[in-house]
Design a protein around this ligand. Structure first.
Ligand SMILES: [Zn+2]
Ligand SMILES: [Zn+2]
Ligand SMILES: [Zn+2]
Length: 90
């Protein structure tokens, strides 16, 4: 049963899972609020912003360490620098 967005009341909503281990517990959010909610708790690739996984920039922006490492690994791999990759420990 679809419900309006719990944040702004928009009728067009989608199911947001607060906890993926409880698939029946959903929060209804419109696309905009849904994205905003995910930015709060997860990076764009769905990694959780936990204390260990979050790098806070001096300007307050948060960065996902998994994605940072992944981006670095890809850019290094593209340039074929395998030695550096093992040193970074990804
Ligand atoms: Zn909304
Ligand atoms: Zn969601
Ligand atoms: Zn991430």
């Amino acid at each position: 049963m679809r419900r309006p967005c719990t944040v702004c009341g928009a009728m067009k909503s989608e199911a947001h899972h607060e906890d993926y281990s409880k698939p029946l517990e959903v929060t209804w959010l419109c696309r905009t609020c849904h994205k905003a909610e995910h930015r709060k708790t997860h990076c764009i690739n769905g990694h959780e912003y936990s204390a260990e996984n979050t790098y806070v920039r001096p300007n307050g922006d948060r960065e996902c360490r998994i994605c940072q490492a992944e981006t670095m690994r890809k850019s290094l791999a593209k340039r074929g620098i395998d030695r550096v990759i093992s040193r970074v420990g990804v």
